[in-house]
Ligand binder design. Structure first.
Ligand code: COA
Length: 380
């Protein structure tokens, strides 16, 4: 075990305001709320505003992560941004995030599909554990909507936009990434890729083909990805748990990539763990690619499902094909501003849930009254 751990000391999320529901999609392509819900578990997703770029979403989640860690942007030693939908093809989005944040450090982008943020978390951890850096920001952002074909029902119902970030800092107590696995299988490139616009099919030479065949958009062989995901997710999670000398029963929370509820259910079955131990927020956001796992982690913290000292397993998979898993221990120790935010988030969540339940009760009561009145009118 290392003497220096990379503890997660701050976290933040940002989700754009615009919501695209299944009902909205029913008006755009031949689909139905019933099909999308039963096949994927998704009810709605959030999409960026036209002038909201990958860097803007990143800065918003990063600023929250920095505030909760009690750091200024100028304290950062390194910024890593995981994304497959950067502002420009060149350069990577990380330097734009560095500039917009006002940080004065090195930065780079990791592109590993939906697995990107877990890759970035592992990479950031190495810089802390080696003693090279003290304050590392790890951002996961995707605005997949810009590259999604809203005429293709097989992909457009799945994706949404979001960002989530964490700050890593050194700790002498066990915390952060304890064990990990990074995997790839490039033979599966064509199962999930954007065919046009790269060096194989440059825009200049293939303009007509790209536009006529809509090759500038994401293409997916859903069943191949589904099989790959269900095969990989549980086996990879089992390996990292085993490497940590633990059993699945020792894990408080599993945070899988939110690509399809059926994939998460299959993972729970294969791990022989109850679904309740798996964080699920796919119904609200769909697949937010590199933001998916950190967004689920931040919401788990806000909902009180992940407490100091808890052990989590994160697992993501996606384009490449790639996958990445890690056992992550939530840090224990001193009271930090992050924990205050965590408590506020939890209080907000509990308040919202109480109000929601009260509204449900009132609604049920009113409906019962209406029903009774209708019945007594019928009898008269
Ligand atoms: C995409 C996915 C939801 C499709 O579910 P599925 O059960 O495999 O469905 P199929 O692809 O077999 O399609 C079944 C039928 O539904 C149709 N269909 C596809 N999308 C549809 C939609 N949005 N609405 C209605 N029907 C749809 C298909 O055309 C097909 O019709 P057919 O039988 O007449 O040919 C599923 O394959 C999946 O989740 N794959 C993994 C995707 C993923 O995780 N990608 C990101 C990885 S990071």
């Amino acid at each position: 075990m290392p003497e220096r751990y990379a503890k997660i000391t701050g976290w933040g999320k940002y989700v754009p305001e615009r919501v695209l529901t299944n009902a909205d999609l029913e008006k755009m392509v031949e689909t139905s709320d019933e099909w999308i819900t039963t096949r994927t578990g998704i009810k709605e997703r959030h999409l960026r505003a036209e002038n909201e770029q990958c860097s803007d979403l990143s800065v918003k989640s990063a600023e929250k992560a920095l505030a909760s860690a009690g750091l200024k942007a100028t304290d950062l030693d390194l910024i890593i941004v995981a994304s497959t939908s950067p502002d420009y093809l060149v350069p990577g989005v990380a330097t734009i995030v560095q500039d917009k944040l006002g940080a004065k450090c090195g930065s780079f982008q990791i592109t590993a599909g939906c697995s990107g943020w877990v890759y970035a978390l592992v990479v950031g951890t190495q810089f802390i554990q080696s003693g090279a850096f003290n304050n590392v920001l790890v951002v996961g952002t995707d605005v997949v909507s810009y590259g999604t074909d809203y005429e293709d029902r097989t992909t457009c119902v799945l994706f949404g936009d979001a960002s989530a970030s964490v700050v890593l800092q050194p700790s002498e107590q066990p915390a952060g990434v304890m064990t990990f696995e990074l995997g790839s299988d490039g033979s599966g490139v064509e199962a999930l890729y954007v065919p046009g616009g790269g060096s194989v099919m440059p825009f200049g030479a293939y303009k007509d083909k790209i536009f006529n065949e809509r090759l500038m958009f994401l293409k997916m062989d859903g069943q191949t990805v589904f099989k790959f995901a269900t095969r990989t997710i549980a086996s990879s999670m089992k390996r990292v748990v085993d490497k940590a000398g633990l059993l699945p029963e020792d894990i408080q929370l599993f945070i899988p990539h939110q690509a399809n509820l059926r994939i998460i259910e299959a993972a729970a079955r294969m791990m022989r763990q109850p679904l309740e131990k798996f964080m699920v927020n796919i119904q609200k956001y769909g697949n937010t690619s590199a933001a998916s796992v950190p967004l689920a982690m931040v919401e788990a913290i806000e909902e009180g499902r992940c407490k100091p000292g808890d052990k989590m397993v994160m697992c993501a998979f996606g384009a490449g094909l790639t996958w990445a898993s890690a056992v992550v221990q939530f840090g224990v120790g001193e009271f930090t501003p992050a924990h205050t935010l965590f408590s506020l988030g939890r209080a907000r969540f509990l308040a919202k849930r109480t109000v929601g339940r009260a509204q449900d009760l009132v609604q049920q009561f009113l409906l019962a009254m209406q029903f009774r009145r209708a019945e007594s009118r019928k009898k008269k």
